[in-house]
Write a protein that binds this ligand. Structure first.
Ligand code: NAI
Ligand code: MG
Length: 356
């Protein structure tokens, strides 16, 4: 099989981690009889410098024509002005908007090999394996009316609108049920239905869609409780689905359960077009160009690209196994080093490198 992959390395450590993930994709593909054609394009600061805009037309056209997109990171460094930072950051928003990726999937798993790398309590984080699914194109970040004005007392106000249409909830709910079905069959929908009308509709629609998925166990949780439960007992969660703003906060919160930003992948999916796959970390200017970047977040994003973007589940699982095996054999980048040091002393190497 043949696939067209758009590669957007971007800035800082982006090109470093993308080049590694590209090699991994080629290797997994060659074993599974898959051939990739890579189309590398400019984005972020790299594009701004070369052609004056952070997301060139040429890049947007190429990503729309691809089967899936692998994105590194964008961002300036300490020497850049605030204006340049803002100009670069626009690229990712324009890209998400242009691709209409409404579903953001962020798996968070604490690998047994890395339990010691976290500063959190071992008994709380050991065995955590959850997925946060965030609605990405609706809700209060986009709702109208929004703006500034004056209230009846002549006081200055700022306002936004939390609004969801039924179809927006239905489509993210379906993605969530499908995802939960492929995982451990448990879905927790997070809302604030005791206060917000948009959340009442959210809960009503999620319950309606649930009838199509009798095999998935559905529960509901208010967002304030969910934030508390994520810290108290994160192991209770399998798949979480929530709106744009709650998902923004809860997914960042959940990501800290693992030791490092350098481990966490993400997928952003649309209704029918190509998906966008990227590590959740930024361009890490503090370590760029020093061969210190952890490439695993991007390698795991490539595995998500295979699984969720192309339906190539076997090749995806090969990559996931290879990551575990690499960690088992004691290899570590600096961000997860404390665990590596401990394990190097404890572990016997039992895996042959060529078995995956
Ligand atoms: P960051 O994620 O780039 O870095 C935060 C810290 O984590 C740094 O100390 C960095 O060295 C470390 N780190 C991140 N990824 C790592 C990896 N793979 N291996 C080892 N260590 C890693 O976030 P920061 O510093 O707040 O932002 C830097 C730039 O990145 C900014 O311009 C920001 O706007 C941009 N950014 C871009 C994102 C994207 O492209 N999706 C997301 C977040 C930030
Ligand atoms: Mg965020």
């Amino acid at each position: 099989k043949n696939y067209n992959i758009a590669l957007l390395p971007g800035d800082g450590i982006g090109p470093e981690v993308i080049s590694v993930a590209k090699n991994v994709l080629n290797l997994a593909g060659s074993i599974e009889g898959i051939e990739f054609k890579f189309n590398e394009k400019l984005v972020g600061g790299a594009a701004l410098d070369a052609v004056g805009v952070p997301l060139p037309e040429d890049t947007l056209t190429a990503v729309k024509q691809s089967d899936a997109i692998l994105f590194g990171a964008i961002g300036g460094d300490a020497t850049d002005t605030n204006q340049r930072h803002a100009d670069i950051g626009i690229a990712l928003l324009q890209l998400r908007e242009g691709l209409k990726v409404f579903a953001n999937l962020r798996p968070v798993s604490v690998l047994p090999q890395l339990v010691d790398a976290s500063t959190l309590k071992k008994e709380v984080i050991e065995g955590v394996d959850l997925m946060v699914i965030r609605e990405l194109t609706g809700g209060i970040y986009f709702g109208k009316p929004k703006g500034f004005g004056t209230n009846e007392n002549g006081e200055e106000i700022g306002f936004n609108t939390e609004v969801y249409a039924a179809y927006e909830i239905d489509r993210i709910a379906r993605i969530a049920f499908e995802t939960a079905r492929k995982r451990r069959g448990k879905l927790c929908s997070v809302d604030k239905a005791n206060v917000l009308e948009a959340s009442m509709l959210w809960r009503k629609r999620v319950m309606a869609i649930a009838e199509e998925y009798p095999d998935v166990e559905l529960s509901h949780m208010y967002v304030d409780n969910a934030a508390m439960q994520l810290v108290r007992n994160p192991k209770q969660f399998d798949t979480i689905v929530t709106n744009n703003i709650f998902g923004d906060i809860l997914s960042d919160q959940a990501s800290m359960l693992t030791g490092s930003l350098g481990m966490l992948p993400s997928a952003s999916l649309s209704e029918s077009g190509p998906g966008l796959f990227e590590p959740i970390h930024g361009s890490a200017p503090d370590i760029a160009g020093q061969d210190k970047a952890n490439p695993l977040a991007t390698i795991l994003s490539a595995a998500m690209l295979l699984k969720y973007g192309l339906g190539e589940v076997k090749a995806a699982e090969r990559i996931e196994l290879a990551v575990l095996d690499t960690l088992n054999r004691g290899f570590r980048t600096g961000d997860i080093w404390s665990a590596g040091n401990l394990l190097l002393n404890k572990l016997e190497i039992t895996h042959e490198p060529n078995q995956y």
